[in-house]
Design a protein around this ligand. Structure first.
Ligand SMILES: N[C@@H](CCC(=O)N[C@@H](CS)C(=O)NCC(=O)O)C(=O)O
Length: 207
């Protein structure tokens, strides 16, 4: 049975969809929304009792939590996107946890209050405050990228997908781009990858 991923492109399902495209493995995309009740059906709740997308099904194995799905996929498929040794695995794990614990909430606030919500619902002050807080972890990543082109070292890996998926939400921030040029450059390189562009097109199409 093929890998099956649930969730529209304009959701955190973009994270595993991006990785699956990078990995080049066949998969089935169930492009279900999370706004129309489809994630509250008994069938869906049996897959993910949290009622959230994304969910991965892999021959009887069910994984929810976008980052856990990506770590699972990297481990399953292997190759250059996966950590090659324990030291690289430590990089992948620590920066993935760092992205979700230190950055995700504020990056989402920047996204929603700079570009995501209708203009009359945006609150620039909330976005300003989130950017100010994000400057602290951004400085850490900017220093890290001074000595390597990608987060785990010389090549693009799953951790770049994971971290760029989160920090990409704050890409509209001029302040962060100006203060942290190495993060901005790395993010730009990640976001221009064909696999990411494909998922972005998918999201735009509503699937
Ligand atoms: N930490 C979870 C968050 C999942 C999540 O919140 N997904 C949203 C879409 S991006 C969702 O399904 N929301 C539906 C709801 O809250 O009812 C992950 O990374 O997978």
């Amino acid at each position: 049975m093929a890998l099956k991923i649930h969730g529209i492109g304009a959701s955190r399902a973009a994270r595993p969809l991006w990785l699956l495209e990078e990995l080049g493995v066949p998969y089935e995309h169930v492009s279900q929304s999370y706004r129309d009740g489809a994630t509250r059906t008994p069938e869906f709740l049996a897959l993910n009792p949290n009622g959230h997308v994304p969910v991965l099904e892999d021959d009887g194995v069910v994984v929810w939590e976008s980052m856990a799905i990506n770590l699972y996929l990297a481990r399953k498929v292997g190759g250059p996107l996966a950590p090659a040794n324990l030291a690289e695995e430590a990089e992948v794990l620590r920066w993935t946890f760092w992205a979700v614990t230190e950055c995700e909430k504020d990056a989402l606030t920047v996204l929603m209050h700079r570009v995501g919500m209708p203009a009359d619902k945006r609150d620039a002050a909330l976005a300003d405050q989130a950017e100010k807080r994000l400057a602290v972890p951004f400085a850490v990543l900017d220093a890290h990228l001074a000595t390597r082109p990608y987060i785990a070292g010389d090549r693009f890996t799953v951790v770049d997908v994971n971290v760029a998926s989160v920090l990409g939400w704050a890409q509209s921030s001029r302040l962060l781009a100006e203060r942290f040029p190495r993060v901005a450059d790395w993010l730009d390189r990640c976001m221009k990858r064909p696999a990411q562009q494909k998922v972005r097109q998918l999201a735009k199409s509503g699937r």
